[in-house]
Design a protein around this ligand. Structure first.
Ligand SMILES: C[S@@+](CC[C@H](N)C(=O)[O-])C[C@H]1O[C@@H](n2cnc3c(N)ncnc32)[C@H](O)[C@@H]1O
Length: 125
């Protein structure tokens, strides 16, 4: 299976990033602004290889842990997942706070923060 990015992190200024979504997919953003927090899934496109056990945060003082027990960018499938605050949605551009992805990072999906899903399941929305 091949993943095709839906957009890209086009700028990073401190803690605020802009994500540009492919124009032909912009309709899929309809009502996203109703969510204060959204989950951004992206690809660590500048990460190479992986180790199955790592020192978290690359700090040898942190005891070894399995890669799946960490948030290391070096992993078998280099997928990043970060919950961010949605500051603005204008056309096909999202402005978000708290995204720890570099400029140029491919974005592969966006979803409302899962906590809202839990409330959905409980019939609260
Ligand atoms: C520790 S990872 C955690 C990412 C996300 N919060 C997660 O849990 O999946 C975040 C770090 O990955 C690195 N990074 C960000 N964008 C990257 C990219 N496009 N390719 C490779 N490494 C990247 C940066 O060092 C950044 O601080």
């Amino acid at each position: 299976m091949e993943l095709r990015p839906i957009g890209v992190v086009r700028s990073v200024r401190g803690d605020v990033s802009e994500i540009e979504i492919r124009p032909e997919l912009a309709e899929g953003l309809f009502r996203l602004e109703e969510n204060e927090k959204v989950l951004i899934l992206f690809i660590f496109d500048r990460s190479e290889g992986y180790d199955l056990k790592v020192h978290p945060k690359g700090d040898p003082r942190n005891p070894l842990a399995g890669v799946f027990a960490t948030r290391s960018p070096r992993r078998p499938n280099p997928i990043g997942a970060t919950v961010v605050r949605l500051l603005q949605l204008e056309g096909n551009v999202l402005t978000v706070e708290g995204l720890d992805a570099w400029e140029g990072t491919p974005v592969v999906d966006i979803k409302p923060d899962h906590r809202r899903d839990i409330l959905h399941t409980a019939g609260k929305f």
